[in-house]
Design a protein around this ligand. Sequence first.
Ligand SMILES: NC(=O)c1ccc[n+]([C@@H]2O[C@H](COP(=O)([O-])OP(=O)(O)OC[C@H]3O[C@@H](n4cnc5c(N)ncnc54)[C@H](O)[C@@H]3O)[C@@H](O)[C@H]2O)c1
Length: 271
Amino acid sequence: MNLLKGKNGIIFGALNEQSIAWQVALAAVEQGANIVLTNTPLALRMGEVDKLAQLCNAPVIAADATSVEDLEALVDGAMAHFGGKIDFVLHSVGMSPNVRKNIPYQQLNYDFFSKTLDISAVSFHKVMSVLYNKRAMNEWGSIVALTYLAAQRIVVGYNDMADAKALLESEARSFGAIFGRDFKVRVNTISQSPTPTTAGNGVKGMKTMLDFAQAMSPLGNADAKDCANYCVTLFSDLTRKVTMQNLYHDGGFSSMGLSEAVYEIFLNNEH
Ligand SMILES: NC(=O)c1ccc[n+]([C@@H]2O[C@H](COP(=O)([O-])OP(=O)(O)OC[C@H]3O[C@@H](n4cnc5c(N)ncnc54)[C@H](O)[C@@H]3O)[C@@H](O)[C@H]2O)c1
């Protein structure tokens, strides 16, 4: 369909084939975009990003999303590669040392908590701030970050990532107002279904969460490829006036109270 023909984008967070960002990169290129891939130096060594870079004919620029210096070099490098400004950015970055180390919410390690917030939320502000200060976005460009429903509702095991996602979503609104006013650029978050990725599988009880969400959602869980398609629509010119929104992409889960499938499970348990 060439929905992104002639558009230039930066994609953060592709680590391996399971990564949501991996699927977004493939879908964006399939729709005609030119992209630059980025991840941390460690992820570039450990992951399979080179394989994706070949598939997408895209350069890879290492950047730690918590480092403004790295982000400045990334944005400069991407603009030099494109020979122009940027049309879309995907922030697909998240990590909590507290979740990784199984530390419960009521006993958070605060150094780790700061890291969670810096990597998973403040990095989004830094990305947008660098793009803004460098006037790097084209008019009617689109910036998207990935988030999760635990920002609004308690989900067991999500721990301090819930707080990070609440901050991330707030930044999308705050910066969206400024980016819209000054550059006609939109900023949104996509609140994605649980998805079996490296980050997703780090959450305790992920398999149960996936099964529960699947049983609750009228359309079933949205997978990484579904998410990639949704990202393409938000990068495209078909959604120019959508901004400062947290957009649920979860097969209907967020509007459900009780589904037949879950009702049946509890009914069967009664007998
Ligand atoms: N998997 C799910 O269930 C789910 C659901 C909703 C939202 N999300 C969000 O989707 C996004 C992508 O996660 P994913 O599920 O594809 O997992 P993933 O593990 O494939 O991706 C997370 C990425 O973050 C990168 N990253 C970590 N620290 C970084 C840093 N300092 N600088 C730059 N990059 C860094 C990792 O290298 C990795 O590529 C995250 O924001 C995650 O919270 C995931």
